[in-house]
Write a protein that binds this ligand. Sequence first.
Ligand SMILES: Cc1cc2nc3c(=O)[nH]c(=O)nc-3n(C[C@H](O)[C@H](O)[C@H](O)COP(=O)(O)OP(=O)(O)OC[C@H]3O[C@@H](n4cnc5c(N)ncnc54)[C@H](O)[C@@H]3O)c2cc1C
Length: 374
Amino acid sequence: MATTDSTHDVDVLIVGGGIAGLSLASELAGKCRVALVEAEQSLAYHTSSRSAQQLIPSYGPAPVQELTRRTLLTLRGAVDDAGRRLAWPSRFMLVGTAADVAAEAHSGMGHLAPHEARALAPVLREGAFEAAALDTDSVRTDALALIGDHESKARSGGVAIHVGSPVHTAQRVGAGWLVGAGAEGFHALNVVNAAGAWADDLAILFGVERLGLQPFRRTAALVSLAEPLDPDMPMIAAADDSWYFRPDEVGALVSPAETEPSRAEDAVPRPGDVERTIELIRGVAELPVTGILRAWTGLRTSPADGLPVLGFDPEAPGFFWLAGQGGYGFQTSAAMAEDAAGQLLAGAEALRVGVRPVSETERALDPHRLSVRR
Ligand SMILES: Cc1cc2nc3c(=O)[nH]c(=O)nc-3n(C[C@H](O)[C@H](O)[C@H](O)COP(=O)(O)OP(=O)(O)OC[C@H]3O[C@@H](n4cnc5c(N)ncnc54)[C@H](O)[C@@H]3O)c2cc1C
């Protein structure tokens, strides 16, 4: 593949128009020459439009909690151009056996007796659970408003966004990469792999060793209710990971909370999954479901150690990983974008040879750690 007059010269080419790629695009906007390519005809077509939109500070291992804490700092009080709130308080509660709640409740959650939990969520059935724990710092986001906000900031900062542009060819040229994506051609000093469930496939296309990133299915549905839930009721999750539900503008959002390996694909719900989940939830809560309005499945993608991957590839200069966010892609998004931008902007020479990560969290996310490399 040769450069032509129509090849775009950029410092950073971001592959993937989900929350990861778009957060980075808005963070880099105006700071260097950036383009973003998305395979689908619209942004956030895959997992980023299929989440529960909840940001839970106590959820996940320590590096994820740190990224979530920083992301919340940027999102609290933020509004988009139309004045829509990008985040608002929405508590999170675990219920279950005493052993399951003790095992699942991370630091930062307060333990509740069943009657205290029922006072916050009267739909919970008396005697249906032994223990509960509450995260009062959890927030809800509006995923599509947040995506739109990043898109708008990126575009106004000069980022060229190309949808319908799957990367199909890539080769190393000098200090960078020559990349074909849809009808476009790019000469990029750095390529950011924000390809979600396809991150390992994209690496292979670039001749870069994969990291063992595994997509896992997770389904959710919006259901209508005979009686609306109190909108201030916490999101409630079974401590044994068998379901969760929360109030939603149209009724309730429910999920079987499954974590089932999948290939990278446009995943769809399996018949009966949502109905079985509603039955399970009804064992613990009075949820007067009148119908299933919409159901969907997305892919949560993680490496073997369950931590996201952020940093330059150890063996392929100019190939940067921003992947493996699993079930934490929204709650870690702003902090991951900030750290990724910090590494990418660390200087021309550093851009070429790769920058060593600096903070403890960045070290924990560095792709060097993954055993598939050894
Ligand atoms: C049911 C469910 C509930 C969830 N709830 C939450 C929650 O409450 N809070 C939270 O923080 N997270 C949640 N998550 C996880 C969160 O949605 C993900 O971590 C996040 O969306 C991942 O974003 P991403 O940008 O990495 O991936 P994606 O949104 O999948 O974006 C990757 C993009 O890359 C594109 N792409 C792939 N290959 C190429 C190529 N060759 N060329 C060009 N483009 C390419 C794809 O088309 C895709 O659009 C949930 C997930 C699910 C499924």
